[in-house]
Design a protein around this ligand. Sequence first.
Ligand code: USQ
Length: 393
Amino acid sequence: MRRALDAVRKVVVLGGDGYIGWPLALDQSAKGHEVLIIDNCCRRRTDEELSANPLRQLGSPTDRTNRWQSLTGKTIEWADIDVADDPVGLRAALLEFRPDVVFHLAEQRSAPYSMLTENHRLETISRNTRGTHNVLLAVRALAKCHLIHVGSLGVYGYSTKPWEMPDGYLTVHIDTGGTAGTVSAEIMHPFEPVSIYHLSKCLDAQLFEYYARTERMQITDIHQGVVWGSETPETRRHPGLATRIDVDDVYGTVVNRLLHQAARGEPLTVYGTGEQTRGFVGLVDVIHGLELSVRNPPPVGHRTRIRNQVAETLSINELAHSVAAVSGARITHIDNPRSEPVQNTLAVSHHASDALGFEPSRLTERISEEFTAMAEAVRDKHQEGVSNDRYAR
Ligand code: USQ
């Protein structure tokens, strides 16, 4: 079995133009696997819609893959297909390439974006749900293929619960009220999404449950925390291989935003009380974790394998104080623009990740390095006067 897993595999990265998808594609290619990216670059058009200003200018798909080829001699193929709108093209591409593994990251991934207007709600639910169902149909058409989806820890919700968030499944004890007495069962942990984006991930989970059970598809769903980091070993090889870094108030996630604000000498924008607690994980570890999932597929006929992918949990205040400690930045509390519990505690199971040998770095130990990397990226950008952040001042 191990030999088969180490052999050259064919890998599709849906959403390979994105923050995680691009370095994932580079990682798989660097390992010697055949890689096809499927991405229509719609995320770049959203930057225009939002007048957002990501920290790095990205080359075209051709520029990026040519750069990789000239440095490594390795080819990454790229197909411009809309996963949500072109099920026929998606299926044809997969049938032609015949992947062993499909990574599904081709979704609208911002909670704030999903809440901007009714149209954004509609677009997020529609694109993500149609996209995931199209992916399931296309993968189903292949003889054998492991589908790995990057989902969100946020499907469990952010109200405080007096138990650890399990790796997907919860043991419950049910009083049957009859002669069977109390029976135990494992069910999917109830969902409690705090945004339409998170709701779309819950709907994805139900689609996976159906297809794993009825079609015996091999599916892994990663419930991931907020990701931080701006580089991987492969992106460091050349500026033309950099991944996107979002720092605006819609797509920018909290760690990268606070580091960016600190690097620009701006106050750190803590929303509300700052007593919201979240799970965090670094980009390099995310990519390593996805490789571990490839190597540990669920058996055929097994339910969706769900794994939390988190290195630590921190409150936003704890995070802001760590950033302030290495940068000297001031912290400012602003009215929370989001609808979310004002305070929560959070315990997350890491049993499934531990079992695979996942040993992620803690941000709290790497914060100084991350601040230095962000400060360099900001210096390279030469656009200190431009702000794309409604809340930073
Ligand atoms: N926050 C601040 N200040 C900021 C930005 C955010 O205090 O300047 C707070 C938010 O109010 C929230 C927390 O930081 O309580 C996290 O916000 P975020 O934007 O970093 O993360 P979130 O919206 O939850 O979504 C991100 C990714 C999403 C992924 C999710 C994992 O965009 O794709 O699924 O993290 S999780 O949070 O575990 O659901």
